[in-house]
Every structure is written in structure tokens, then in C-alpha cells.
Design a protein. Structure first.
Length: 399
């Protein structure tokens, strides 16, 4: 086998919107790594992606015979062993969910083709990301798995700062170039991973499981309450609990964020707060793109789901279980609605449409600060997402 492709399961992808508007399922970060990066380590192959046509220019695949793996599936040793033992005439299933199979023509691959192969049932437990809230719900477990995966047989850099306090230092791993000053790192309840060239500033309090990825910063006095991942090139401050930031996003100021997921290129203004618990302690409902309405998560704690390139102004208050699409800009007094469509501009007092031309001015400036270009591929993806989400912007008379 020399070709591995992670496919979007059509029964799952829609339930992971708004994050999958701009990426394949396997490009989601959970734990320390993206799902695709986990499979790369296990397989020792660089995976391709079988995803939506409008994403395929950015997320490509090699159209030769391949091992196809469900992109929502997080690997573990037992699962990889079962997949490795498959022959070309077999498909691995968990009841009616296709986990993996071989195909000669990836470009024409469908789940129905796998049904023609000999079915092998996988009966052990595994992690499958089927809902947006699964990303924070399973994050602690995935941090622990990824920690073992990427630190096994390696030695952590030392913390030279005499004012930094560590509890259970054997569960703390620090990559080269990381800078830590006068912080408290408590890894008694789970590992703490500090990525290459990351920074933890004075007075930060961090509980594991926790991951701070390459080039990211925990600001002075921040409180990281565990089960949290801060993706690469991000800044975080205030209080954060059981949340995932994919990367290139900032929550740099005071304010609480709990049981939440932020995509890439997001920014939460100073004193933005997310509610993660209803006053009546009832299960939280969130917007379901498949249903076209709100669905019960079954969770008592659920905060904010924010798609790529969305932002909030200072003092923004997000109610429990708020879903924000791609490219939205939220500001003003009061609580905005619990579902904010992509390319919305406004807040509790009402919305207008954030037109693509204006959106691009911001995206170009923001990405340039990180040394990246808003190129034609990104532009085409954003234009397609704008078109796909038009019908949600009910205030727009041109719809």
C-alpha cells in the first residue's frame, strides 16, 4: 500500500458544519493533532482527501489504487492493526458505518462499492467524530493518545526558569524553542504538551490535559482549565475550559470560553464571554445544518461553535450552544441569536450581509500578518461557501 485517502462520510460531514464548509472532515484538529496527521504517523504515508469538489483544489488526492479510511475516524493501535490486515476484497465496518476499504478508483469511490466487498466487523471501541460537540467532548482522550504517539521515545526540553512550578513533570513535554516564565503547570490529571516555539507568559495557570501547539502563546495571567487544545499560531488569554482552537485564531483577552470550538482565523474581542450552561441546567440544543433546526446535544455543557474567519467585537456575549458560521462579524449589546449564519454582520439588534469583497479585505490583512496569502484557491472556496449559505441569511432581500 502506497496511497492512503481519507474520505468524507456523507452521513457525517453535514453534521460537522460549519467547520467542514472550509475543510475535509480529516482536517479537523482534535487532541494535539489533526485527524489526518494522526493517520500519517500510523501509516507513514501522507494522506490525500476525498472531499467536496470545491475543496479539492486545496485538499488533493492521488487517483491511484488506495486504502480508503473514514476521515471522521481517529486512529488507535487496535484500529490500525485491523485496517492493516484488510485485503483488497474486504471492507471494515462497525455495524452500518464504513471504517476502511481498498479501491482501485478513488475518484469514483462510494460507500455502495464497499458493500460489494466481504464485510469485516470491528467490534472494539473507537473514536468517531460525528457531531461538532464531539470535538471538545473527546478532546481530553485524544490529547492523551496523541501525547503518547508523538513523545514516545523522545526527551522533553528542560524548563530553566526557577519561578515555574510543575506538578507531575513526567507528564509534561516541551518542544525546542518553547519559552515559559513564572507559570504553574499541573499535569496530575493529564499530560501537558508545549509545542515548538510556543510561549507561556508570567502568571499563567495550566491544568492538563492541555496542548499548546507550535508558535502559540498563553498570555499573562491566563487560566487554562484542562481538556483544552490551542492550535498553532494562536494567542489565548482569560479563562478557557474544555475547548479546541484549530489554529491561527486569537482569544487573547479576559473573558470565559468553555466547551467550545473555534475554527481558523477567528478572533474574540476583549471580554467576549461564552455561556456553556443553561440557567435551568437543561440539555443544550444547537443548530443542526442537516435538520435545518435545533437538535438536542444531550449535553449539559456546550458553548460556542465558530467557523473559520469569524470574529466578535469587545464585550460580546454568546448564549449557550451558539453556532456561528464562516466569515461572520458579531458585535453590539445584548445576546445575538443562537444561530448566526455565515457572512453575517451585526448582533442582537439585527444583521446585514458581510459581502465577500469586504470580507476579503479583512482576510488578506489577517493572513498577511501570519506570512500567508489569501490566494485564488482560498478565494474560490470562500465564494462557494458564500453561495452555499445564502438561504440562511433571511434578511437579505436578494435571496
Amino acid at each position: 500500500m502506497d496511497n492512503l485517502i481519507l474520505f468524507d462520510d456523507s452521513a457525517i460531514r453535514g453534521s460537522l458544519l460549519p467547520f467542514t464548509f472550509t475543510r475535509p472532515v480529516a482536517d479537523i484538529r482534535i487532541g494535539i493533532l489533526k485527524i489526518s496527521q494522526k493517520w500519517e504517523i500510523y501509516s507513514k504515508l501522507i494522506p490525500g482527501y476525498l472531499t467536496q469538489d470545491y475543496l479539492s483544489q486545496k485538499f488533493t488526492f492521488q487517483n491511484t489504487s488506495a486504502l480508503m479510511i473514514n476521515g471522521a475516524l481517529c486512529p488507535d493501535p487496535a484500529l490500525w492493526e485491523a485496517i492493516s490486515k484488510l485485503n483488497p476484497n474486504q471492507a471494515l465496518w462497525s455495524e452500518n458505518i464504513l471504517l476502511a476499504c481498498f479501491t482501485e478508483q478513488p475518484g469514483a469511490f462510494t460507500t455502495d462499492q464497499a458493500k460489494e466487498k466481504e464485510a469485516v466487523q470491528f467490534t472494539a471501541s473507537f473514536t468517531l467524530i460525528q457531531k461538532t460537540w464531539n470535538i471538545f467532548e473527546f478532546n481530553a482522550t485524544e490529547i492523551k493518545k496523541d501525547f503518547e504517539l508523538i513523545t514516545s521515545g523522545r526527551f522533553s526540553e528542560r524548563i530553566e526558569d526557577p519561578h515555574t512550578i510543575m506538578y507531575a513533570p513526567e507528564n509534561i513535554f516541551i518542544e525546542e524553542g518553547a519559552r515559559i516564565k513564572a507559570a504553574v503547570l499541573n499535569a496530575e490529571n493529564g499530560p501537558i504538551y508545549i509545542g515548538k516555539n510556543a510561549e507561556i507568559q508570567e502568571g499563567a495557570l495550566i491544568r492538563g490535559p492541555f496542548a499548546l501547539c507550535e508558535g502559540s502563546t498563553v498570555n499573562m495571567g491566563a487560566k487554562m482549565r484542562g481538556d483544552t487544545t490551542i492550535g498553532p499560531h494562536s494567542k489565548v488569554g482569560g479563562e478557557v475550559s474544555n475547548s479546541v482552537i484549530f489554529g491561527y485564531s486569537n482569544k487573547g483577552h479576559e473573558g470565559f470560553m468553555g466547551n467550545s470550538v473555534l475554527g481558523e482565523w477567528c478572533n474574540l474581542g476583549a471580554d467576549t464571554n461564552t455561556s456553556n450552561l443553561k440557567n435551568n441546567y437543561a440539555p443544550v440544543k444547537v443548530w443542526d445544518y442537516i435538520k435545518g433546526g435545533f437538535s438536542n446535544t444531550g449535553l449539559q455543557f456546550c458553548g460556542l461553535m465558530m467557523g473559520d474567519h469569524s470574529k466578535s467585537g469587545i464585550n460580546t456575549m454568546f448564549n449557550t450552544g451558539t453556532v456561528v458560521g464562516v466569515g461572520a462579524n458579531i458585535f453590539g449589546d445584548g445576546y445575538p441569536r443562537n444561530f448566526i449564519p455565515s457572512f453575517s454582520w451585526g448582533g442582537a439588534s439585527g444583521f446585514t450581509t458581510f459581502q465577500v469583497r469586504k470580507f476579503e479585505e479583512v482576510a488578506i490583512a489577517v493572513m498577511k500578518r501570519r506570512g500567508l496569502a489569501y490566494d485564488e484557491t482560498e478565494k474560490e472556496i470562500i465564494q462557494k461557501v458564500f453561495e452555499l449559505t445564502k438561504h440562511y441569511r433571511i434578511w437579505d432581500k436578494t435571496v
